[in-house]
Ligand binder design. Sequence first.
Ligand SMILES: Nc1ncnc2c1ncn2[C@@H]1O[C@H](COP(=O)(O)OP(=O)(O)OP(=O)(O)O)[C@@H](O)[C@H]1O
Ligand SMILES: [Mg+2]
Length: 254
Amino acid sequence: MRLAIAGKGGAGKTTLSATLARLAARSGLGVVALDADANPNLSVALGMPLEASAQLGPVPSTLVSRKVGGAGLTEPIDDVLDRFSLRAPDGVRLLGMGSPAHANEGCLCSAHAVVSSLLEDLGAPERFVVVDMEASPEHLSRGTVRHVDAICLVAEPYYRSLETLRRMNALISELPVARVAVVANKVRSAADEQAIREFCDRHDLTIAGVVPWSDEVGAADRARVPVVDWPGAKEYVRAVNELAEQFGVVASSR
Ligand SMILES: Nc1ncnc2c1ncn2[C@@H]1O[C@H](COP(=O)(O)OP(=O)(O)OP(=O)(O)O)[C@@H](O)[C@H]1O
Ligand SMILES: [Mg+2]
């Protein structure tokens, strides 16, 4: 199962990706977390110390060949994982996307080709791959995530966030992605939830989960502790666990 997490800037993609990854790993799946943000911070959200996070280098673009019909890895994916992933808590394997090292460096085409090739080869039924996307729609417009099985659109209950989802959903509809689902995040009231539900009804989108606002998520973040390890954030973690059940990456409690 390859699941990409998309949405407007600050919607909660990285926090959600890290929590899903850790919960799925705890339930026994082999988990790969792919930080597909050129401004990466998934490692810390997963619970890796800063010094260890600094070791995360991108999979080099020299491992990708241009084939007819698209780019592809030149080495078996298991070798690539062994060489380039870092181990995060609960055994999650973390892979990174290239990020610019200098100003005036130019575009990130090759970094996107690497992410696309990795996703193509990472598909395996016994593996859960979660892709933490950047806020920009570039992964969609380039088709970088066309090999995922599902995309979660993280929605916050305000107009600009929902408008971003509408635009992203239009791009996704042109990709061969089997499932798109919305996660309502930072929900503080029945009115918040209702606003997201009405938007989804209007745009024929399905809600896979509702995640409440929690001050404890911010508190965990400020303490640089993964939300899944923060005792006060149980309500958030419970809601994400229900979402993980929806995607079949943790066993159902019902
Ligand atoms: N359910 C929630 N309740 C309260 N705060 C939350 C919730 N989910 C996420 N946050 C907070 O929102 C902020 C942004 O979260 P996060 O970094 O996960 O978003 P993002 O979508 O990955 O952002 P970016 O677009 O910059 O990558 C963080 O301060 C995080 O703690
Ligand atoms: Mg993020």
